[in-house]
Ligand binder design. Structure first.
Ligand code: PLP
Length: 399
């Protein structure tokens, strides 16, 4: 079947591709230590599952409003009020099949051919391809480790053109774990206030997997003058270990939300009714699951970062949030494996880890971060410890 031109501009998500490769190797009988996973290794909390079962039994198994049930929209409004002091009326909230779908529809609703979207790198793999799939042009702005992998006001100002439609701000970020401070958001906001044609798509999916003393700040709350230009996206996948339930949301300008709802009405009609009941229970129910899992993630983060930083060729900064480490492996590039193969780049390095030690990671170039690789610590401490030992062995074997 002939496929559309827009499909040729994009590729399958590398994390999905890596997961597929791990499954293949496992099916060949190999034991792979898998550090590629982009989802919590915990089960969805019981009270959330119970809410879904109750919804099924109560017959909540039909189409819901296009923009989600009023119960879930109220729960989302409640979270944003409580956490950030933000007030969103009902017409400014939409619910979709994961934050991924909400972001995709926001881009579909707003981009015309040639419109530019500023994507700070390292970036979540999907942003550039989502922009391309919707006829836009991603403008990648490198944010080096020396800047904490964060966009500076100077780099932002230099990247804005008349065609800039959006800037994507993922905080805390995947794959870096870096988060913008209130001061940093204010500085970016000052630049944005001077460019009223630029919208800001914030992706705050890791906001609760957060290791700071105070809540991760949100741009919409930090600079209310941007309120009619910020589209804030989030969801329940990461915070509540609900990746398979597929519920995410976006809040922002009413006209954008209406446009997204129109697109949703012609694509999925609405998100899953049962999953929406579960998501509402997650947002409004007890939050000890979040505190407990963050405590576990924090211990894993500290332990894994220490083990990584003990390996002479590797280094990583400690992330503020999320469950990833972005590891600098530049010192290993240019070296040779025992088989005599030269490690040309981060992809070769990741392949060396997989082939020689059966440790699966994702190479940094997939995230616009050449010279790095991503470790997910959403897996057990035993796996992480063993994997780090094997990574050290793989590095020691390089000459
Ligand atoms: N945004 C970022 C930065 C992510 O890492 C992910 C998942 O990997 C998503 C969005 C997608 O979340 P959802 O499961 O809600 O579609």
């Amino acid at each position: 079947m002939k496929t559309a031109e827009r499909l040729h501009r994009i590729k399958p998500s590398p994390s999905t591709a890596a997961a597929q490769r791990v499954r293949e190797l496992k099916s060949q009988g190999l034991t792979i230590l898998d550090l590629t996973v982009g989802e919590p290794d915990f089960d969805t909390p019981d009270h959330v599952k119970a809410a879904a079962i109750r919804a099924i039994e109560a017959g909540e198994t039909k189409y819901t409003p296009v923009n989600g049930t009023s119960t879930l929209r109220a729960a989302i409004a409640g979270k944003l009020r409580e956490r950030h002091g933000l007030e969103f009326t009902d017409g400014r909230i939409t619910v979709g099949g994961g934050a991924k779908q909400v972001i995709f529809l926001a881009l579909m609703a707003t981009l015309d051919e040639g419109d530019e979207v500023i994507v700070p790198a390292p970036y979540w793999v999907s942003y550039p391809d989502m922009v391309r799939a919707n006829d836009g042009t991603p403008v990648i702005v490198d944010c080096p480790e020396s800047d904490g992998f964060k966009l500076t006001p100077e780099r932002l100002a230099a990247a804005v053109t008349e065609r800039t439609r959006w800037i994507v701000l993922n905080t805390p970020g995947n794959p870096t774990g870096s988060a913008y401070t209130t001061g940093e958001l204010r500085a970016l906001a000052r630049v944005l206030l001077a460019h009223p044609h630029v919208g800001v798509l914030t992706d705050e999916i890791y906001d609760e997997i957060w290791y700071g003393d105070q809540d991760a700040p949100s741009l919409a709350a930090v600079e209310p003058r941007l309120a009619d230009r910020v589209f804030l996206t989030n969801g329940v996948s990461k915070t509540y270990a609900m990746t398979g339930w597929r519920i995410g949301y976006g809040v922002g300008p009413a006209d954008l939300v209406t446009a997204i709802n129109t697109l949703q009405s012609q694509t999925s009609s609405c998100p899953s009714s049962v999953s929406q009941a579960a998501a509402a229970a997650a947002l409004t129910g007890p939050q000890d699951f979040v505190q407990d899992t963050v405590r576990v993630y924090r211990a894993r983060r500290d332990e894994t970062a220490k083990l990584v930083n003990d390996v002479p060729q590797l280094s990583c900064t400690i992330p503020d949030g999320g469950f990833y480490l972005l590891v600098n492996c530049r010192a290993a590039i240019g070296k040779f494996t025992p088989a005599g193969t030269r490690i040309e780049n981060d992809e070769d390095f990741a392949l060396h880890l997989l082939d020689s030690q059966q440790v699966a990671v994702i190479h940094g170039t997939a995230y616009g971060a050449p010279g790095y690789f991503r470790i997910s610590f959403a897996t057990s401490t035993d796996v992480l410890t063993e994997a780090c030992e094997r990574i050290a062995t793989a590095c020691a074997a390089l000459t």
